[in-house]
Ligand binder design. Structure first.
Ligand SMILES: *Cc1c(COP(=O)(O)O)cnc(C)c1O
Length: 376
């Protein structure tokens, strides 16, 4: 395959491959208080609320930084300092959410699930019954560590029944998996520019339930991460409080226009599903085995077992795939050796077929005849 003429395709779950149109949108400078830029901010906020049908119930507040900045800001803004947060943990991003919650001085309880399983709404129900001091629950919609699709609706229903707040990290699912604010009750839901909306990385955004907004004043112990303050200022002036990531925002605006033209969330999900099917079928022919049960696998990122062959070495495998035009992602499981392949970004099943071909060439280069893992 001659890939010298193009840049490598990112099979990483953010940053990811973006369209030329999205990249070209960044070739202009913007004044942060200029009315043209204020209009872009307003349009992006409106479009984001459209995606979850949230205009009635929620406000959306953008924030500078990577996705984690917005998770941290959401917890700091929504949870009072005396609050008690229960984190449903089935992977690396859950552990990160628990860590930042504790670091900000909120009482934190972690309930651990296996990273090969979805979190359990029944277990949550029992924990909320047993401990009335829990004020908020944190869950990750798609646990990007292994790729598990967690049951958002069921978890939200349990929290609503118990009258507890829910904070959802929907970073790697938003705009691909369905999230409808008219059906799912949550206090905060977090996503970012550089994932399934296929923008470039650099800003996150948090949907905050309007009913709780006023109560959020003064919760945050941080100036820069206070989403309530950012919200109030943005409503009043149309501007960001501090220097906005201007190029990231205009790229996101352009990426959202393409998302809408494609047919919105259901069309994006369909494309990612096809990417996922193409990937898993092609990899199976090479002997690779996915780590997760397909029943709980989100079509966002797939964890594969490392081949059992002694000649396998992730670093060399990665470099060989890269030489053939595709960037893979290391695994994030603690116990077993794996690697991950993202299905998201401005790519379709043709690129996924090419990706499988690049992996086949990489195996050949390493002298590996079958990619079958050690277990059956
Ligand atoms: C990408 C991602 C984040 C944010 O990670 P950053 O490196 O801060 O952008 C948070 N949670 C999940 C589930 C993610 O996939």
């Amino acid at each position: 395959m001659n890939t010298a003429h193009r840049e490598a395709i990112l099979l990483t779950p953010g940053p990811l491959t973006t369209t030329l149109r999205t990249k070209v949108a960044m070739l202009r400078d913007w004044g942060s208080w200029d009315s043209d830029f204020i209009a872009v901010t307003a349009r992006v906020r409106r479009s984001l609320l459209d995606i979850i049908s949230g205009h009635e119930t929620h406000a959306v507040v953008p924030l500078q930084g990577s996705g984690t900045f917005s998770v941290e800001a959401a917890v700091a803004t929504v949870v009072p300092r005396q609050g008690h947060v229960l984190v449903l943990d089935n992977g690396a991003y859950c552990k990160r959410a628990a860590k930042l919650t504790g670091l900000m001085g909120r009482k934190t309880t972690v309930v651990a699930f296996d990273e090969s399983e979805a979190v359990s709404p029944q277990a949550l129900d029992e924990m909320l019954t047993a401990d009335p001091s829990i004020t908020h629950v944190v869950m990750i919609h798609c646990e990007t560590g292994a790729g598990v699709h967690n049951p958002l609706q069921a978890v939200a229903d349990v929290c609503a029944r118990h009258g507890r707040g829910l904070i959802v990290d929907a970073m790697s699912s938003f705009a691909a998996l369905e999230i409808d604010a008219r059906k799912v009750r949550f206090d905060a839901l977090i996503a970012a520019s550089g994932k399934c909306l296929e923008g470039v990385p650099g800003m996150g955004f948090v949907f905050l339930r309007k009913d709780i907004l006023d109560g959020c004043a003064g919760n945050s112990q941080s100036l820069a991460m206070d989403l309530y303050d950012q919200y109030v200022y943005m409503e009043k002036t149309g501007q960001w409080r501090f220097t906005p990531p201007t190029h990231v925002l205009v790229a996101l605006d352009e990426a959202i226009a393409q998302f809408q033209e494609e047919g919105g969330q259901s069309a994006r999900l369909a494309r990612y599903e096809k990417n996922y099917q193409t990937l898993v079928q092609g990899m199976a022919e090479l002997g690779f085995k996915p780590y997760l049960d397909p029943a709980i696998q989100a079509p966002i990122i797939v964890t594969f077992h490392a081949p059992a062959d002694a000649r396998y070495d992730f670093r060399r495998f990665y470099e060989a795939a890269k030489a053939n035009g595709f960037i893979l992602y290391p695994g994030k499981l603690t116990q077993i050796e794996t690697f991950r392949v993202g299905c998201i970004g401005a790519i379709d099943s043709v690129q996924m077929q090419q990706a499988v071909h690049a992996v086949a060439l990489a195996l050949k280069e390493l002298g590996i005849a079958s990619a079958a893992p050690a277990l059956s």
